[in-house]
Design a protein around this ligand. Structure first.
Ligand code: IMP
Ligand code: MG
Length: 177
């Protein structure tokens, strides 16, 4: 299974980029005690690595939405599966996303969270697929811009597989529909 994967962003590049993003966030949010909101499930590895490199006090929380059934493209229909446990009113919130493709999922999440009156609301995404964007969303921190190809690993799945692969890869010979 593993040998069919084609690495596009290796372990070391991921590690360096996550450190860079954590440094930037640490500088920007000094004394702001931000709440980092991870979007499950895809962001769980990125989130775990990112917060361990932060050098400032912060809180974490998660929400879970379903945007992809089992295929490759977002439908635009977002199902809310798990809500925040923290009240974000008056707090500085950073949404932590694994990848932004059409932008439909994040746009929905962002609108929803903004109705709760956070003091600020920014986005950090590890990967950005600009080509298929349908809705423009301001992204404060971006790890890597990647071409319009379906990728897996480092939290990202294809039909729930490959989340544990420690790098970003193309699923190779596996047929992705
Ligand atoms: P969007 O609504 O089209 O921006 O889709 C965003 C969500 O779709 C992400 O949070 C991922 O969970 C998933 N997704 C988009 N592209 C990929 C990919 O290349 N691999 C795995 N999941 C993806
Ligand atoms: Mg996601």
């Amino acid at each position: 299974m593993k040998d069919q994967l084609k690495v596009i962003i290796g372990k070391r590049a991921l590690k360096e980029k996550v450190k860079e993003l954590a440094n930037e966030i640490s500088n920007d949010y000094q004394d702001k005690n931000p709440v980092l909101v991870g979007i499950l499930k895809g962001s769980f590895i990125f989130m775990a690595d990112l917060v361990r490199k932060l050098q400032i006090p912060h809180e974490i929380d998660f929400i879970s939405v379903a945007s992809y059934g089992s295929g490759k493209h977002a439908s635009g229909v977002v199902r809310w599966l798990k809500d925040l446990s923290i009240n974000i009113e008056g707090k500085h919130v950073i949404i932590v996303e694994d990848i932004i493709d059409s932008g439909l999922t994040l746009n929905y999440i962002r609108s929803n969270l903004s109705t709760r009156n956070p003091k600020s609301l920014k986005i950090v995404t590890l990967l950005n697929k600009k080509k298929r964007r349908q809705i423009q969303i301001p992204l404060r921190y971006v790890g890597f811009s990647i071409p319009d190809e379906f990728v897996v690993g480092y939290g990202l799945d294809y039909n729930e597989k490959y989340r544990n692969i420690p790098y970003i890869a193309l699923p190779g010979n596996e047929k992705v529909e």
